[in-house]
Design a protein around this ligand. Structure first.
Ligand code: GLU
Length: 284
């Protein structure tokens, strides 16, 4: 049986873009007689709040989306991510990086420094050069650090990868897509404040929840390269991918959780119905 999922972060209220993604997942699950799972991606304790999580359930129910319970909340499963990190560590594929974000930005300040597909400067790899003794000493002294994937070593181990795209990437990509995880450099797999990262927890959870169909916005299309790589390194199954168009505002920009006008709560307050929302996002 196919299993779909909708995976919002409770760091704000849902907007039309979330409504489109949730409704599309729900429609596809229903049409295929599959399951619809919900996952709360709340690893960022500084930005996620319980009231947003409650608002998410309420807004989804109002839209008419039905999901299975229990809901998987990422902050309840840090041990699962620790176990995945331990596996990668045993393979010699991760290393601690002690620089803060500001320090990395400084190291990578030059204008033509390479950037990842999201536009962030690539990590210069300085942490990889730190000796085992020094790593040990700094960790023991309580210095904060992130764990990063040694991309070269990971790629050497995994070889060439691809995925089947049944939707469409931002540049119209579809069919068999060659993964290009190298474009992301040595990605963070565990942040300084929490023993995981977006990439790691998505991959672990999709596998643990038995997700067979990943249907999500095409802002995450390029991240799929990292997800495929982690799936292979961790021996996890490969889901199908279907990336969908993003709902944009009048100026063509991606919707933001802080813009009231496209928030589901605000629209509902103005008398907009769930049927209107379907039409607004282009679902008949
Ligand atoms: N939590 C992510 C977001 O809200 C979605 C993650 C995913 O679908 O892989 O953008």
């Amino acid at each position: 049986m196919s299993a779909f999922r909708f995976a919002p972060s409770p760091n704000g209220c849902l907007h039309l873009g979330h409504a489109f993604s949730a409704l599309l997942n729900a429609d596809l699950a229903r049409a295929s007689g599959g399951r619809l799972l919900l996952r709360i991606e709340d690893i960022d304790a500084t930005r996620c709040r319980p009231e947003y999580e409650l608002a998410t359930y309420e807004d989804l129910a109002w839209l008419g989306v039905e999901w299975e319970t229990p809901v998987r909340r990422q902050s309840d499963h840090l041990d699962a991510y620790r176990a995945a990190l331990a596996k990668l560590e045993a393979l010699g594929l991760i290393y601690p990086a002690f620089e803060s974000r500001t320090e990395i930005a400084r190291l990578a300040a030059s204008e033509n420094w390479p950037r990842d597909p999201d536009g962030a400067p690539l990590y210069p790899g300085t942490g990889k050069a730190v000796s085992a003794e020094e790593r040990h000493r700094r960790i023991k002294a309580g210095e904060p650090y992130a764990l990063r994937l040694d991309m070269d070593a990971a790629l050497a181990r995994a070889g060439a990868l691809n995925w089947r795209e049944t939707g469409e990437g931002p540049g119209g990509e579809r069919g068999v897509i060659a993964a290009d995880a190298a474009a992301w450099g040595d990605v963070v797999l565990a942040r300084r404040d929490v023993p995981t990262s977006y990439h790691l927890s998505v991959v672990v959870d999709d596998a643990l929840q038995g997700v067979t169909q990943v249907v999500r916005g095409n802002d995450l299309f390029y991240a799929t390269s990292v997800h495929r790589l982690l799936q292979v390194l961790l021996g996890l199954p490969q889901p199908m991918y279907r990336h969908h168009r993003l709902i944009l505002d009048e100026s063509g920009k991606k919707l933001s959780k802080s813009t009231q006008a496209t928030g589901l709560r605000e629209l509902r307050r103005k008398g907009v119905t769930p049927a209107d929302i379907r039409r607004l996002v282009g679902l008949a």
